[in-house]
Ligand binder design. Sequence first.
Ligand SMILES: Cc1ncc(C[n+]2csc(CCOP(=O)(O)OP(=O)(O)O)c2C)c(N)n1
Length: 335
Amino acid sequence: MSRPRLIKEASAPLPLERELLIRIHDLMVKARVLEERLIQMYKQGHGYFWIGGPGEEAFNVPLGLLMKVGQGPAYDFLHAHYRQSATLLAMGEEPIGALRQMKNTASDPYSGGRNFAGHFSIRAKNVVPVSSPIEVQYAMAPGTALAQKRLGGDSITIVTGGDAGTAEGDFASCLVWCSRPAEPLPVLMIVTNNKWGISTSGAEQHGEQRVADRGRAFGIQCKTINGNDPVEAYQELKEAMAYVRKERRPFLLEANVSRLYGHSSASGANLVTEEVDCLKQFEARLEQDGVLTRQQMDDTRNRYAEEMAAAARLVRDEPLPAPETIWNHIYAEKK
Ligand SMILES: Cc1ncc(C[n+]2csc(CCOP(=O)(O)OP(=O)(O)O)c2C)c(N)n1
């Protein structure tokens, strides 16, 4: 088999295979168009609340591509927060599921029409239900990691959340439980740092230089990266995941990202032009390096825009959950 062709072999400014760069770009566009469609649905009254991840695609796509996707402890677990749509698409999810959750239809595959947008839950892919109370995922992650460690093999637990949430005790619980010398756990702790907690600036809240530095006191390997660069994100995630898979120890990875449409629909869900747009930046590099032309990238966006618009039309006419199903999937018995 011939060696995969590298972009510009001599100077190698984009050190990933061409096919992978195109795949990452395709998924980033798909995720962005999905989020923009969800925002539009919210603004048209086809949904009650929007929250999601436009601006985090450069980090979230590589994360999904590098995961070992499947059901049970032999596969990776994802304890995600609500900005992870790009990761879910990279893990093979169809965008129409997110549209259905936005419209709260009975066909919503993640909550049967009863949870917010971006609150994924997929047993077959080890995606643990996303919780609205922030940070609880960090207290749960050591549990799946313990099961994985006992099983043996190389599967890992991945937990994601924002910078402001690291002030919660759940984050500290994760640091403590993953790093006990008698039982270190295979957890990749991720913090996507967008510098905001709703409307509170991170600069006013963090005594530490970097969130990732908090791992040092626990002997946890840690790193802060530019999460707006998909090439850097892919390479750093690959390295961090390889370490956790092999050493069966935790790693704390902080990725600096953008929040392109504000916190949620509660803050208006309008484009913030001062933030770095990872997709625009990546497209400029792809064009400059001759990986894709502007026309090809526009075609990709238009194709997804048409696809999502058609899916949204379909979802619009789907029924809401029947009232008698209110007791389904909860612990309480029907009274
Ligand atoms: C336990 C809890 N406290 C407060 C809130 C309200 N709340 C929702 S999102 C959020 C900010 C979270 O900021 P960050 O952790 O940085 O993540 P981001 O949304 O910026 O990605 C807050 C305070 C909540 N949902 N749960």
